[in-house]
Design a protein around this ligand. Sequence first.
Ligand SMILES: [Zn+2]
Length: 360
Amino acid sequence: MSDDDSTTQSRSFRYDGEVRPGEKRQFRYEVGETYLGDPVEIPVTIINGDDPGPRVCLTAAIHGDELNGVKVLQEVADRYTPSEIHGTLVLLHVVNVPAYQAQQRYIPIYDQDLNRSFPGKERSNTAERMAHRVYSRFVSQCDLGLDFHTSTRNRTTMYHVRADVENPETRRLAEAFGANVILSGEGEESSLRAVASRNGTPTVTVEMGKAHRFQSGLVDKALEGVESVLAAYDVFDGVVAEPSWRKVMGPDEEKRWLRAETGGLVEMQWGPSPLVHEGETICTITDHFKHDEHVIEAPFTGLIVGVLENPVALPGHPLCHLVRISSETRAEIERQITSGEFDGYRSHGQRWMADDEEAE
Ligand SMILES: [Zn+2]
């Protein structure tokens, strides 16, 4: 926690405006202008509790086509009231508005990556100016951060958290979120997570599913994760999640993106479980005449945490992200798959489904 008084007395949250203790405010905040000179404004919710406590920042759609987190924040904004929380929730519903409007990952102007532009600068390129407004007014004033992402388009990812587990504060936050899988790393230089964590706002990334969709099973899990964090930090009197297995992938542990070596048509063969054994076929790549078939096998026994969905590949295209797991973790995952409780979603063929999605 950044200030001593945060534990003893309620504080106003000040950006350019002020949200007083006991107040919930929803507004739009200008971070730039369009070519027409109209304001580019991000939707913001600030819920300042009656009682003091940590300030928690939630951000979504820093990549404009990653929508699951947008739904998570809409629900969080609706769910909590100042009288129930100790501290402040700062929700930036859509950080990258230009990309969101275009439904693409990057800012449409020169394809700048907003998530490589933090903490930003007041007088620099478009992305850095936007990042600066967001970071200086909101993120840097918070004690904790949850940044919601999905896989990039044409891929999907298992629900997991990314955090620097070497840093005890970010590790605590990652574990409080309650996901089964934590991928450790400092994060890309100039990403929101790396910059905020380095500068006193421990922040983790939540990766969930695919771009361009609301996946309700994953959204529900993330809402439980948010509540678990709020409970663990005494912001809200809720349930702290206790996952029955947890895999923390440290920097030295084996994880690998398997890539295509040839161009062609990709057919995923793994499944229904994302557990694959060494030597098992993950996918094949064939030419259009079916003369040549390349078989991609699992180089080690592990869990598939990310996978290509688009069924065509070029040499170098990532096909699947595989992480090695221990035999104990494997046994627990196998038990959960058998009992139907595996991680809140099922795997069908090459894609993960939320419980309410139909197999095709
Ligand atoms: Zn992203």
